[in-house]
Write a protein that binds this ligand. Structure first.
Ligand code: ADP
Ligand code: ZN
Length: 220
């Protein structure tokens, strides 16, 4: 199956996608992670993408769409994938339909994560990620802290804060872009009958792992 994680920054897309990927064997394809890997390796793609990412803007489709199309051609994605961070605009969603249609596939399920805005901002500020690109575990200093401060429980690597998570202006910019460009995808996929909306909030004690469990029970 081809799944899409939809939802604003800080709603837990990466956490849910990571669990789903582990349980289903379908790769988690995170455009943000692919960009960050290219930035850390200083590739041409990374240099170009960073001009946009550092300001909290979207990377243009000319760069993003072919990158995802290429990743979906990998052997590991031939039976399914969990897209995390793509599509983010109606144009990207339309491009994805074409990419999948050429393979005789379609988007099977879109998981729309909804969290109160004040909670998402705190979560982004408290987010720490594993610096090991093969691990990429995600922590939260208050909700899900590592056992040893600054160290990944899973692989022992150093935890870091993403550059775009340090800057409150960049966070607000990313959320504004989500509202303007990405949130229309909720209706886009609702009309196609593939949308599953899931609430994630500390207030109702419902976190990413609870959502992942629910999704797994629905797709198995
Ligand atoms: P966040 O969702 O917190 O912004 P991501 O890790 O998903 O973080 O993405 C980091 C940055 O990479 C985004 O702010 C954006 O600049 C860029 N990016 C990721 N996915 C896309 C996409 N589908 N289209 C354009 N830019 C993207
Ligand atoms: Zn790790």
């Amino acid at each position: 199956m081809y799944l899409i994680m939809l939802g604003a920054q800080g709603t837990g897309k990466g956490t849910v996608a990571g669990i789903l990927s582990k349980e289903t064997g379908w790769p988690q394809i995170s455009t943000g992670d692919i960009f960050r890997k290219n930035i850390s390796e200083n590739t041409e793609l990374g240099k170009k993408a960073n001009e946009y990412i550092s300001k909290g803007n979207l990377v243009p489709d000319e760069i993003t769409v072919p990158m995802v199309a290429d990743r979906l051609n990998w052997e590991d994605a031939k039976n399914g994938a969990i897209l995390d961070g793509f599509p983010r605009t109606v144009e990207q969603a339309e491009a994805l339909e074409k990419i999948l249609a050429e393979k005789g596939k379609k988007v099977d399920l879109v998981i729309n994560l909804v969290t109160p805005r004040e909670e998402t901002i705190t979560r982004i500020l408290n987010r720490r990620v594993c610096s090991n690109p093969d691990c990429k575990a995600i922590y939260n200093l208050t909700m899900h802290p590592p056992k040893v401060e600054g160290i990944c429980d899973k692989c022992g690597s150093k935890l870091v804060q993403r550059d775009d998570d340090k800057d409150e202006d960049a966070i607000k910019q990313r959320l504004a872009i989500y509202d303007e460009k990405t949130s229309p995808l909720i209706n886009f996929y609702k009309e196609k009958g593939v949308l599953l909306t899931e609430e994630v909030s500390e207030k109702i004690n419902r976190l990413g792992k609870d959502v992942a469990e629910d999704v797994l029970s629905k797709i198995k």
